[in-house]
Design a protein around this ligand. Structure first.
Ligand code: GLN
Length: 539
């Protein structure tokens, strides 16, 4: 690397939910395709220290990184688009910033100074922004500033961006501002005023955007682009159209057509090589859009009314579907609706059933029923985390005959705690402290379905849970036909169970969905969809 690390700050204007994460990831993917080493970090304006304790209805799924950070779901997009791994440094909340400033104050590190938003909070933000850049591993760092310009919460972040832009110097950093161009159907007009105002807002904080990305439902005529360029002080080529896309995975190709990568590289003073490495991506898109068959998969969970709560699972289905040239129709099933007398009506037509992760009692009976229905009817089944735990409870109840078997998370004093706290966790009272979090190695048994899936004995997957299959019950469970085929060698904790007499039944204590990538779909999902295809063909 012959140049200093360059920084791209991505801000949002007009309204939230415009897709800053997807734009950041798409831009990063294109820069990667041009040969640059890129990573993305997200600064969330909320005061929670991490989304681990947030209800999924607030911001959707809590993503987990290899190093065990509970992070914003945008990190999942970054990993899926870029085939990289993110870490603690890629996800920063206002909670982190304040906590570390207050810790330093308590330790006396500020030598008796008055602690203020400027400079202490802004300095902390600037320092965090540069952590990844300072590793020397990247050519370009993209920093996504959560929230909308003008929000009170974003003010320190925007000020930090202003200062950094000045400190880094000419051509070493740029600001990409994403805003909405609404279409007024009655007037048949695209309106530029809201984005102009959001740019004014940014400029009143001393930040001039270099690139404008305009989210729109209709093509932007050149006249509109020219007008925006003039009134927002950006060059004409730097006004980028961001039309609503059929799939998020089209966005990098749209940005390529709009030459976002070229504009950004020019602004950063970097060459834009002609060679573009997007073949695998385009192959994925082609397969995704031209399926040869389709399957119906039930996703059983309690947060199904908010699809973002299962973001990584849904995206894993998209990747696996493309790999299998199959359209995966996800049927969102609220677990509370699945009962002994409704299961066949709800799940009977499905080619596969996935019982998802979760916490707490609500809807667990339905998860148990769904696992029973899949097991008894030979429907391909995948249980993930709480989904595995409920599958084990189901097996203990209906095969071993322990009618009151349960997880101690749900029934504290159950007579048959087939899912229990790890012994080492029993004495710890604070919740976060006992969670098995992040990547753990797992040894896969040769000859098992899991071995067929992974093609390897040594695997590592990401975890986020407190409860485990009880080692006390394992021998009985195995004897009755549900076997442990993936185990953490050091602790003996069971990570995978399967039922060899079933056409395709696997339940995993970890979250394979966090590791599926556009250009490297997760083998567990690929095999699951293959099994669904087979099931559908056999009907
Ligand atoms: N609530 C369960 C546990 O803590 C499962 C968690 C999950 O599904 N991620 O063990």
């Amino acid at each position: 690397m012959t140049h200093p690390t360059k920084y791209i700050f991505v801000t949002g204007g007009v309204i939230s939910s415009l897709g800053k994460g997807i734009i950041s990831a798409s831009l990063a993917r294109l820069l990667q395709a041009r040969g640059y080493k890129v990573t993305i970090q997200k600064f969330d304006p909320y005061i929670n220290v991490d989304p681990g304790s947030l209800n999924p209805y607030e911001h959707g799924e809590c993503y987990v990184t290899t190093d065990g950070v509970e992070a914003d779901l945008d990190l999942g997009h970054y990993e899926r688009f870029l085939s990289i791994e993110t870490t603690r440094a890629n996800s920063v909340t206002t909670g982190h910033i304040y906590m570390s400033v207050i810790d330093k104050e308590r330790r006396g590190e500020y030598l008796g100074k008055t602690i203020q938003v400027i400079p202490h909070i802004t300095n902390e933000i600037k320092q965090r922004i540069q952590i990844l850049g300072n590793t020397g591993k990247y050519d370009i760092i993209i920093t996504e500033i959560g929230g909308t310009v003008g929000d009170i919460e974003s003010v320190p972040h925007i000020e930090a961006v202003r200062q950094l832009k000045w400190e880094l110097g000419y051509k070493n950093s740029i600001v990409v501002h994403l805003g909405l161009i609404p279409y007024l159907a009655a007037a048949g007009e695209l309106k530029t005023k809201p984005i102009q105002h959001s740019v004014k807002n940014l400029m009143s904080s001393g930040v001039q955007p270099d690139v404008l990305v305009c989210r729109t439902e209709h093509h932007l005529p050149q006249g509109i682009k020219d007008k925006l360029a003039l009134f927002c002080n950006v060059r004409k080529e730097a006004v980028i159209e961001n039309m609503d896309a059929e799939t998020i995975y089209d966005v990098p190709m749209h940005m390529l057509e709009e030459q976002l990568d070229k504009v950004v590289l020019e602004d950063l003073g970097l060459p834009c090589p002609d060679k573009l490495d997007m073949d695998k991506w385009e192959d994925f898109l082609y397969r995704h859009k031209n399926p040869k068959s389709e399957v119906n998969v039930a996703l059983v969970g309690k947060y199904v009314s908010l699809h973002d709560a299962y973001k990584s699972i849904v995206e894993s289905f998209v990747h696996a579907g493309a790999a299998c040239e199959t359209k995966v129709n996800v049927h969102w099933i609220y677990s509370g609706d699945v009962k002994a007398d409704t299961a066949s009506e709800i799940l009977g037509g499905m080619d596969a059933i996935l019982v998802g992760p979760g916490s707490g009692e609500r809807g667990t009976d339905g998860k148990i029923e769904a696992a029973r229905y899949a097991r008894e009817n030979g429907i391909p089944f995948l249980g993930i985390c709480l989904g595995m735990q409920m599958a084990v409870v189901e097996f203990a109840r209906n095969v071993l005959g322990y009618k009151d078997a349960h997880s101690v998370e749900i029934v504290r004093n159950t007579a048959h705690p087939v899912i229990d706290l790890m012994d080492s966790a029993k004495s710890v009272s604070s919740k976060g402290g006992t969670t098995r979090l992040g990547s753990w190695p797992c040894e896969v048994k040769e000859g098992s379905l899991a071995y067929e899936v992974y093609g390897s004995k040594e695997i590592a997957e990401r975890h986020r849970h407190r409860y485990e299959l009880s080692s006390e019950y394992l021998p009985e469970i195995e004897k009755a036909g549900m076997v442990a085929t993936g185990v953490n060698k050091e602790t003996g904790l069971v990570d995978i169970v399967e039922i060899p007499s079933h056409p395709w039944y696997m339940a995993v204590q970890f979250h394979p969905e966090y590791r599926s990538k556009v250009e490297a779909p997760h083998p567990l999902f690929v095999h699951f969809i293959e099994a669904a295809k087979k099931h559908s063909e056999s009907k």
